[in-house]
Design a protein around this ligand. Structure first.
Ligand code: DOR
Ligand code: ZN
Length: 344
């Protein structure tokens, strides 16, 4: 039995760091393990321009020394292709982020109609800037459990054909349909996989009392879907890579009605992935998933350093404290014991 594993330093290709006191509380948890992290732009107000992104990047660097934040441009109907290109050429933007309007937390300013961003996508295709997306259909007639599959069929399929040279990332895969679509369209489209979607089903969320701590967007799906997502992650195939979608919310907002969507996994994300890979007998593929595949898809070199995990049970603290009025963030699997621990 393997009790210790060393991999190249990993990257997290999807993180919500927030801002201010929340950012100060959260970002060091990501910096503890990951070298680079894609910083999602759904702040209030959102990160809309290269100038917004550069300022946010500087705040992140100050909050988490040692972490290289990679910035994204929050697409709206009004996004200016020239600003996007300038931000890319200045090394500020690593990707565009598409939120269909109202698809999730702080997505009200997102894109109302994909035709409105045609010029931006053309430009991104031409200059080699990837498009990352929250792939859920927002048509109110679509059942919440079908949002991802319908987006893939109605929006993403046509997008890949309209912009064949545009590199894309379908974020947080949760369904058989999304897993298969990514496999079939790679290398144009790759997919990130969260730690929590490897573990949680909708039955966990709703079947034994309602669990807002397990509520996120896209919502967890069936056991069959979870198995497909797990199999994809541990396959080591280059089209799937680590994006935790760690999304902190203050405890009061997670307990409110309606409850905020998002699960905070930064304090234990890599440990959860390692646990899942171990359960699946695939620890030898953790490095590809966590440290190699994402960098390659984003056209970057893998990191130089390493991270070591050991089989050494530890208990996840229930909460992450936050200075000021927001007080504390519930941690994913807080209070539970995990078998793997990052030791160096
Ligand atoms: O559950 C989610 N929370 N999904 C998202 O896409 C956004 C995130 C957040 O920002 O809280
Ligand atoms: Zn997210």
């Amino acid at each position: 039995m393997t009790d210790r594993i060393t991999i190249r330093r990993p990257d997290d290709w999807h993180v919500h760091f927030r801002d201010g006191a929340m950012m100060a509380a959260c970002a060091p948890h990501t910096a503890r393990v990951f070298a680079r992290a894609i910083a999602m732009p759904n702040l209030v107000p959102p990160v809309l321009t290269a100038r917004d992104a550069a300022a946010y990047r500087d705040r992140l660097r100050a909050a988490a020394p040692g972490l290289e934040p990679l910035m994204t441009c929050y697409l709206t109907d009004e996004t200016d292709p020239d600003d996007v290109e300038a931000g890319f050429r200045d090394g500020i933007f690593a990707a565009l982020k598409l939120y269909p309007a109202h698809a999730t937390t702080n997505a009200a300013a997102g894109v109302t109609d994909l035709r409105r961003i045609g010029r931006v996508l053309e430009r991104a295709e031409r200059i080699g800037l990837p498009l990352s997306m929250h792939g859920e259909e927002v048509d109110p007639d679509i059942d919440i459990f079908d949002r991802e599959a319908v987006f893939v069929d109605r929006r993403l399929g046509p997008l890949t054909r309209s912009f064949p040279g545009l590199k894309m990332i379908l974020e947080h895969l949760t369904t058989v349909v999304a897993v298969e679509f990514v496999r079939a369209t790679f290398p144009q489209v790759a997919g990130t996989i969260t730690a929590h979607h490897l573990e949680v089903t909708r039955t966990d969320m709703l079947g034994h009392g309602m669990r807002p701590d397990l509520y996120c967007m896209p919502v967890a799906k069936t056991e069959r879907d979870r198995r497909a997502v797990r199999a994809a992650a541990v396959s080591g195939e280059p089209c799937y890579f680590l994006g935790s979608d760690s999304a902190p919310h203050p405890l009061a907002k997670k307990r409110a009605v309606p409850a905020a969507a998002g699960i905070f996994t930064a304090p234990n994300a890599l440990e959860i992935y390692a646990t899942v890979f171990d359960e699946e007998g695939a620890l030898d593929r953790l490095e590809a998933f966590a440290s190699l595949n994402g960098a390659r898809h984003y056209g970057r070199e893998p990191n130089e350093g390493t991270v070591t995990l050991e089989r050494q049970p530890w208990t996840v603290p229930p909460e992450t404290p936050v200075a000021g009025p927001e007080e504390r963030i519930p941690n994913y699997r807080g209070g539970e014991t995990l078998p793997w621990r990052v030791v160096g």
